[in-house]
Design a binder for this molecule. Structure first.
Ligand code: NI
Length: 135
């Protein structure tokens, strides 16, 4: 029997949406407020969904303590209270849109989770705007 388990996490981070290949005017037209040169912050809410077989010996898909620690070590410590553009390797050359942040989080966790699990990431940039990967 396969079951999906979910773990929520949270981080605050600042970002700026800016494409260095474009003029300042085009950046302003496309990204508007999110192009603010002095950055702005979001309270990101993260949902991590892990799907797998229930282990008959534990009744677990995955030990939630292990999942919690993995998210803390790999995502929260890396991104919480950071300026994503300036402070992180991941977004030095990648626009830190919710879409790209979601994909980067998936990629980091995917490499740490055993292959037998399916992984899906949902990231809320605001209570009303959220993205999911894989689509
Ligand atoms: Ni923003």
């Amino acid at each position: 029997m396969k079951v999906s388990v979910f773990r929520k996490a949270h981080f605050n981070a600042a970002h700026r949406l800016y494409n260095p290949n474009w003029s300042d005017q085009k950046n302003q037209e496309v990204f508007g407020l999110c192009n603010n040169a002095n950055y702005h912050g979001h309270n990101y809410e993260l949902e991590v969904k892990v799907t797998g077989e229930v282990d008959p010996e534990t009744g677990y898909v995955i030990d939630m303590k292990i999942l919690k620690d993995l998210i803390y070590q790999e995502i929260e410590l890396r991104f919480d209270h950071k300026n994503l553009n300036l402070d992180t390797e991941e977004f030095k050359n990648l626009i830190p849109s919710a879409e790209n942040i979601c994909y980067v989080i998936w990629k980091i966790l995917r490499e740490k989770l055993p292959e037998k699990f399916d992984l899906m990431i949902r990231l809320y940039e605001t209570p009303r705007n959220f993205v999911e990967y894989p689509a």
